[in-house]
Design a protein around this ligand. Structure first.
Ligand code: COA
Length: 330
């Protein structure tokens, strides 16, 4: 009988654009205050990509760091999964652009569109390809230039989002790194969080541009409640499918949308969970598909990830869509 193949994270990297936009900067643009943004969201500042920076250039930088930390050459990468809702263009996929720039000559690749849950979807797909034996080394990237789909005249949304990228190298292993993964969607509430125009249903026109329909629209209060419940359930299920209890979790890296969501989820998961949460949303805001790998990479750089650690990742976003996973750091 052939031996079972598992998938494990071999390296993690990130990239954040240089330009910082603070809450004070936003006070000059819309009717808001640093105090409101900090107390309602936990965000102090976010990064804004330069005009010549794109989702693929940021994803590439994150991928290079992840490959270097994994000691893996681009030529060894067989598959590139890019989670993004802000691709450089509709096609070719961002994965193709990164493949060429990296010189990953043996790799296939494609983009995954699942908003803030995109990285969890991509990680699951890559892990599946590895566990099946078809792929030995994959790059899983989450990258976003959300500043181009932000309505800078709407205080309801413009204070929330930022740009960035994160990436992991996933490799075949004889021990389970990805110990569990579960995904879900509920398209019945698709209009709670969306970019309405730019697809075939509502192509770009003077009207769509005038009405900011190429920007993120969100029913914040409604989404908030569902986010808390769904992330909590996904986290519990991911822990249980990994054969673990919440006490076994060493580090929690949640999607970084709102401090109050993270606190509510952590509190419901159990006592002491909040102390295990890694947060960088105060410095980056919500970077959608980039959020979890960007946070994981910073947690790694800060020495908060060690061999044997069980890491809980959980995300929720537009779709509605969500995902949870427990990863053991080998
Ligand atoms: N500055 C000042 N006031 C603001 C504001 C801002 N940037 N944005 C909204 N407000 C006002 C609202 O207009 C409202 O005023 P009103 O009561 O006079 O109508 C008031 O603040 C409260 O608005 P509300 O939407 O109830 O605030 P909230 O506490 O729910 O916080 C969000 C708003 C968006 C931060 C919060 O709902 C949220 O994080 N939602 C979910 C985000 C999420 O998880 N997304 C999914 C993952 S991508």
């Amino acid at each position: 009988m052939s031996q079972k193949i598992y998938a494990a994270i071999a390296g993690v990297g990130h990239y954040a654009p240089e330009k910082v936009m603070t809450n004070a900067d936003l006070e000059k643009m819309v009717d808001t205050s640093d105090e409101w943004i900090r107390t309602r969201t936990g965000i102090r500042e976010r990064r804004i990509a330069a005009a010549n920076e794109t989702t693929s250039s940021m994803g590439l930088a994150a991928a290079r760091m992840a490959l270097e930390r994994a000691g893996t050459a681009p030529a060894d990468v067989e598959a590139i999964y890019v989670a993004t809702c802000t691709p450089d263009m509709i096609f070719p996929s961002t994965a193709c652009l990164i493949q060429a720039a990296l010189g990953a000559s043996r790799a296939y690749g494609f983009d995954i569109s699942s908003a803030c849950a995109g990285f969890m979807m991509a990680l699951d797909a890559a892990a599946g390809a590895i566990e099946s034996g078809r792929v030995k080394t994959a790059l899983v990237i989450g990258a976003e230039k959300l500043s181009v789909v932000t309505d800078w005249t709407s205080r309801n949304t413009c204070v929330l989002f930022g740009d960035g990228a994160g990436a992991v190298v996933l490799k075949a292993s004889d021990r389970p790194g990805i110990r569990s993964s579960l995904l879900g969607v509920d398209g019945n509430q698709a209009d709670f969080l969306s970019i309405p125009a730019g697809g075939c249903k509502m192509p770009a026109s003077e009207e769509t541009i005038r009405n900011h329909l190429h920007a993120i629209h969100m029913a914040g209060r409604e989404t908030f409640k569902i986010a808390v419940n769904t992330m909590m359930e996904a986290a519990q299920e991911a822990i249980s499918r990994a054969g673990l209890t919440v006490e076994d979790i060493d580090l929690m890296v949640p999607h970084q949308a709102n401090m109050r969501i993270v606190e509510a989820v952590a509190k419901r998961l159990g006592e002491g969970v909040m102390e295990k949460v890694f947060l960088n949303l105060d410095r980056y805001g919500n970077t959608s598909a980039a959020s979890i790998p960007l946070a994981l990479s910073e947690a790694f750089a800060a020495g908060k990830v060690k061999s044997g650690d069980k890491i809980l990742m959980v995300a929720f976003g537009g779709g509605l869509s969500w995902g949870g996973s427990v990863v053991e750091w080998l």
